[in-house]
Design a binder for this molecule. Structure first.
Ligand SMILES: NCc1[nH]cc(CCC(=O)O)c1CC(=O)O
Length: 317
């Protein structure tokens, strides 16, 4: 692949932080001197429909694709060469001609508890107000504490942190990884257990997207973290079988210890009163093995749980 290698990025602080990290990593992998990285691996800012639309209903109709469409068009039109996404925002299927070429080492996959007044989730008083836009976090919180009042909290990470600091909510939940990348971990009161708050598939990992023909580009292997890629393959296999969307409460987390991968996947009813979970292990799995395990366990969970999708109109309040 010839230089410059252009990285397309959304303008949000999180997208710019993630793209900036990968810009430096790719530059180093290519042996470019620090001072030349900006020119050799430039960032190209792209405004997506999702960034422009403020109307919630339009947003829910479009789903995840609203944030990726313009970036994927730019890749296909050769205006950019690389796009960096949060893995958990990447839909199950790649558009024709594009691929996830590399998955870098995962950050902390856990959810964070953030609160002005309380030290931990367990210390929340009866009936406390919990802000989140995630149906998974809502259901997992209510499974432990059915008394909590879950309220819709949208916006970027800074907006959410500001509203928590102002006391609009007694607590909010965010991914540790996003806060780490933005350098705002001082707001974390507690890192929630992976068991009680089983993360979203791919949480904490990044996806490096390219045109399919660039899948073997020389910098790709340097950035790919095989353990993370195998774990994420298992989680996304489960997600596919569970038909996970932002309207279902779905979690999947895989960890590799020694030679063994252990995948946990679950679906919850939106009110947290029912929870279906499967755990499975594989010895020395390939990505294909891991994906197959995810599809099998996710399929079992789906068969037991049925469809737990909520009507988008009921998500607020
Ligand atoms: N849906 C929003 C989103 N997409 C990716 C992250 C950051 C976490 C990650 O990289 O997995 C976040 C924010 C959050 O969940 O707190």
């Amino acid at each position: 692949m010839n230089l410059p290698l252009r990285i397309g990025t959304r303008r949000s602080k999180l997208a710019l932080a993630q793209s900036g990290m990968m810009q430096r990593a790719i530059g180093r992998a290519l042996g470019v001197a620090e001072a030349d990285i900006e020119a050799a691996v430039p960032l190209v800012e792209i405004v997506t429909t999702g960034d422009r639309i403020q109307d919630r209903r339009l947003m829910e109709m479009g789903g995840k694709a609203l944030f990726t469409k313009e970036i994927e068009e730019a890749l296909l039109d050769r205006r950019i060469d690389i796009a960096i996404h949060s893995m958990k925002d990447v839909p199950a299927e790649q558009p024709e001609g594009l691929c996830i070429a590399a998955i870098p080492e995962r950050e902390d996959a856990r959810d964070a508890f953030i609160s002005r007044d309380f030290d931990s989730f367990d210390q929340l008083p009866f009936g406390a107000r919990l802000g989140t836009a995630s149906l998974r976090r809502q259901a997992q919180a209510l499974a432990l504490r059915p008394d909590l009042k879950v309220e819709m909290l949208r916006g970027n990470i800074d907006t959410r942190l500001r509203r928590a600091a102002e006391g609009d909510f007694d607590a909010i939940l965010l991914a540790v990884s996003g806060m780490t990348r933005l350098g705002v971990t001082e707001h974390i009161r507690e890192k929630l257990s992976l068991d009680a708050f089983l993360p979203a598939p791919g949480q904490g990992a990044l996806a490096i997207q390219t045109r399919a023909e660039d899948i073997d580009a020389p910098w790709v292997a340097a950035l790919n973290h095989p353990e993370t890629a195998v774990a994420v393959a298992a989680e996304r296999g489960a997600m596919t079988a569970l038909e996970g969307s932002c309207r279902t409460a779905v979690g999947a987390y895989a960890v590799i210890e020694g030679d063994t991968l252990r995948l946990t996947t679950e679906m919850l009813s939106p009110d947290g009163s029912a929870r279906w979970r499967r755990v499975g292990e594989l010895f020395q799995p390939t990505e294909a093995d891991a994906r197959a395990l995810g599809e099998r366990l996710g399929g079992e969970v789906h068969a037991f749980a049925g469809d737990q999708e909520v009507d988008p109109a009921s998500l607020d309040g």
